[in-house]
Design a protein around this ligand. Structure first.
Ligand code: EPZ
Length: 429
């Protein structure tokens, strides 16, 4: 299994191109199942999660074709990929595929909308929390679907098609918002969804669906209205830049010191995280090309943070921010409010010398003056990258094992960091 080996101590200077967002790409790819015509996605990141979803979509009969390849150089356009679901060949999403990546459960929305039936495996356990699917099922039931859970599968049908409804989510969920929105595009009549997720990825999906002929308004607010249409058609859509990748590299340069241009990044996608970095003593400057982040000589200031749904501080940057706070002057308090078990990085950061204590959903981080390299591993994507960030400043060598987690969500991580001066490489065993 591959590992990433880092020798800490180098400052980061230069330019890092920001890739298309994984968490936008996945629902956009799934949305292609809603039409028999071709949906062309520009700037599609080359990631293990994208590949996993391609396998699922292929199983349903979706054709996949790469129009142009992103090769090598920084700043080049991302891949352009065509998805064509001429016919849905199979309405079952099997356990072997769905259990590998949770978001593949979301195919249930398009299957019900277009084929009026779907049999999708429950996604199963997850390292960061229990992550139930009740909100998905309740919203689809409200749209008229009959749903049973049998032998680990959600078996859903909507004879004659889905029907517009008024549904208020009892809790904000990104995935359930994506799915209900996709399902409602082909429902009869109007659907009003309340307490919807306001994440930029929801807005991006709505834009793409509207380009496919859907009638969606209000995406990005807490109420989304969808007027059902008979049919959707193909479109060409550019995946928005990855705000979590942006925040991760912003935190990396905050950690090491130096000056980085995050090319193609959009500040409005992560304003709260950028404001938190400014409070922590980091210089953040929006430019015409992206976002410039620097820290030169100033100390990191211990800064409290609490994760929240968008526009709050994203849970997907919590681990990285905690890594940063391990080297800040003073004590910071970090609260995770979205997932109940998203502190798997704490024990690993401790192996590098961090001082963190946990009390339920609250972490207290006491800044130290130095981290020291060690072998570490993590059980999820964002936790793994927080260890990379810590490794960039830790004295000596840090080896991050279980690299497949990083490959799920970070495109060419070692290349992007080493181009800016980091001593980082991948070692295959
Ligand atoms: C999306 O997951 C992201 N994944 C996650 O990113 C991200 O952490 C999360 O949103 C929150 O921002 C993708 O976009 C592919 P949720 P999702 O439903 O949609 C509870 C990463 O590292 N809930 O908004 O699965 C749930 O347990 C990943 O890239 C229910 O209770 O998250 C959680 O506590 C990790 N019932 C909360 O809602 C449900 O039916 C928010 O989860 C659904 C969710």
């Amino acid at each position: 299994m591959d590992s990433i080996v880092i020798t800490g101590g180098n400052r980061l200077n230069g330019t890092i191109p920001i890739s298309g967002a994984k968490n936008a790409a996945l629902p956009l790819m799934i949305a292609s199942m809603l039409t028999a015509e071709t949906v062309t996605l520009e700037n599609l990141p080359d990631l293990a999660d994208v590949e996993s979803l391609v396998r699922i979509l292929t199983n349903h009969g979706v054709d996949f074709q790469v129009e142009g390849k992103r090769k090598g150089q920084a700043g080049q356009m991302g891949r352009v990929v065509k998805f064509t679901a001429g016919e849905i060949a199979d309405t079952t999403a099997p356990y072997e595929l769905v259990s590998k990546m949770r978001a593949s459960f979301w195919v249930l929305g398009p299957l019900l909308a277009r084929c009026h039936e779907g049999r999708v495996s429950l996604p199963g356990g997850c390292a960061i929390g229990t992550r139930p699917v009740d909100l998905f099922l309740d919203s689809l039931r409200a749209l008229g679907a009959k749903i049973e859970v049998e032998n680990g599968y959600v078996v859903a049908s909507a004879e004659g098609g889905l029907i517009g409804t008024h549904f208020k989510f009892p809790k904000v969920s990104v995935g359930a918002t994506h799915v209900a929105m996709m399902a409602a595009t082909l429902a009869k009549g109007q659907t009003v969804l309340e307490n919807t997720a306001r994440e930029p990825e929801v807005v991006d999906l709505a834009k793409c669906l509207n380009a496919m002929g859907a009638k969606i308004s209000g995406a990005g607010t807490s109420t989304i209205t969808i007027d059902g249409v008979e049919k959707l058609h193909g479109c060409r859509h550019r995946v928005l830049p990855d705000r979590i990748e942006t925040g991760t590299y912003a935190i990396a340069v905050a950690m090491t010191g130096g000056d980085i241009l995050l090319k193609g990044a959009q500040p409005d996608l992560l304003q709260e995280a950028l404001d938190t970095l400014v409070r922590a003593g980091v210089t953040v400057e929006p430019t015409n090309e992206g976002i410039r982040v620097s820290r030169n000589g100033t100390d990191l200031i211990a800064t409290d943070m609490e994760t929240q749904p968008f526009p709050g501080f994203p849970t997907d940057l919590q681990a990285q921010f905690m890594a940063l706070m391990t080297m800040a002057k003073g004590t910071s308090h970090i609260k995770e409010t979205i997932f109940e078990n998203r502190f798997m990085h704490v024990q690993e950061l401790a192996r590098l010398g961090a001082k963190i204590s946990l009390d339920g959903q609250d972490a207290t981080v006491e800044g130290v003056s130095e981290l020291t390299g060690a072998p570490v591993m993590a059980t999820d994507l964002r936790a793994s990258v927080s260890l990379v960030i810590a490794g960039l400043v830790a004295k000596g060598t840090t080896t991050v094992n279980r690299v497949y987690h990083l490959d799920r969500g970070f495109e060419r991580l070692e290349e992007k960091l080493s181009n800016c001066g980091a001593t980082i490489s991948r070692v295959s065993e």
